[in-house]
Each structure stands twice: as structure tokens, then as C-alpha cells.
Design a protein around this ligand. Sequence first.
Ligand code: SAM
Length: 239
Amino acid sequence: MNSTTQEIRNFWNDRADTFGSNSKATLGDTALRQLEISAMLRELRTRRPADVLDVGCGNGFSTRHAAHALPRCKFIGVDYSPAMIHNASTESLTNVHFDVADVLDAATLPTGPFDVIYTQRCIQNLPQWPQQIEAINNLRARLRPDGSLLLMECSRDGVEQLNRCRRRFARQPIENIEPWHNNFLCDQHMVDTFDATVTCFSSTYMFLTKILHPRLSRIAWRLPAIGRFGYDRLYTIGT
Ligand SMILES: C[S@@+](CC[C@H](N)C(=O)[O-])C[C@H]1O[C@@H](n2cnc3c(N)ncnc32)[C@H](O)[C@@H]1O
């Protein structure tokens, strides 16, 4: 693990110590969290998986939601932060198990095979595109032949598009959407390298809350996504 990666892991260990099992440990925007959970549940229900791996699960807040909603499905949640995994393990559910594993260290990952492997804002924590490729390949190797890799990650194209749109509405661009410990994905790289399908599941939410007004978040996350907008995107690899 190089020093940047170590710093990023320390950052997540500190967040775990500060926030415990609170959802804000890994995402401050609670409405966006609801949107992510409902979008991921929709994807899981469509595929009816038996075995699911959540990679970079943090304190397991969203993993537990999914495990409650799909009691017949077996979930494993992994994260490279021992403090996050400690907090994830406080509530026991019969169909979910948490463990420490590094997506870049294949030997630590559960072997599977899995019907669905998903991430929610994990791959973007890997500082370089070659590491992101390596991580995605590690995960693809653990899928069943007709399995799905669902990467809910932030898109740099989405950030640029959002700030272009804000300028058209005579608003200042939002700075620092991409924090120091992130390397947002580039849509075209994902399409060219992995033949990924890119879905803008947060379009309506992002337009209403980041262009019109943040207060709209309470209703915005419940509305269907319309158009191609928003930087929180779903990259689907496989079926
Ligand atoms: C933004 S948080 C998201 C956590 C969770 N998916 C959620 O939605 O609440 C990113 C998580 O990815 C984990 N992570 C970052 N790099 C990782 C790696 N190389 N292997 C495993 N987990 C990693 C971090 O420890 C952190 O908990």
C-alpha cells in the first residue's frame, strides 16, 4: 500500500471512529443515500441474486438495508478499513456477514462466485485509473458467468456537466465536489475498457437540488430519474 492509499485508509478509519454506525460516516447527504439505496435495490430485485458482495461497504448502513429488504439473499460486505468493519458488525443479521478486505489485494477478497457484486463510491477512492482497472478486474473474476458488476460511483463528466449547467443558470460552479481522496471515473474510459453501460440514476435529484435548490432534496430523491444528468452514476458491467 503506497502512502497516498494509506492516507486515504486513515481518513476512512477516522470517519469510522467519529461517526460510528451513523450513515453520515460515508455520505453526508441523507437524501442521496436514500436514492442510492432505492436505485440499488431496484437493480438487485431485477436480477434476483442468491449471493451478493458489497465492496467498500463502509459501516454497512446500506448493506443492512439491502439485507433486510432481500432476506433470502446472502450478502457479504467488505471494506479495507478495520474500524468501518468493526462498526458494521454491531447489528447481526442472519443473511449478512462483514469482513476486512482490500479490493486491490485479490487474496483478501472472498472468492465467490457471486451473482452480483456492487460498490457504492468505493472505486473512486483508488487514486489512479490503472488501480481502478485492477480493482474492477479483481471483482469481475469473482462473478458467476452471467453475473453483474454494478458500480455506483461518481463521474467527472457528470461534475463538469453540472457546473456547465449552473453557469447557464447564472450560478457559480460548485467547487470541491471531487474531494482530495477521490479520483472520479471518466464515462468514456469505462465504456471503452469494460463495455460498461452508464446509467444516470440521480438525474432528477441532482438537477433539482444542485441547480434549483438544496431544500428540494426531501422530495427529489423519490422522483424518477429523467435525462442524463448528475455525477452519481451507475456503471453496469456484465448482464
Ligand atoms: C464513500 S465510502 C462508501 C461506503 C459505503 N459503500 C456506503 O455507501 O456507505 C467508501 C468506502 O470505500 C472503502 N474503500 C476505499 N478503498 C478501498 C479498498 N481499496 N478496498 C476496500 N475498501 C475500500 C472505504 O474504507 C470506505 O468505507
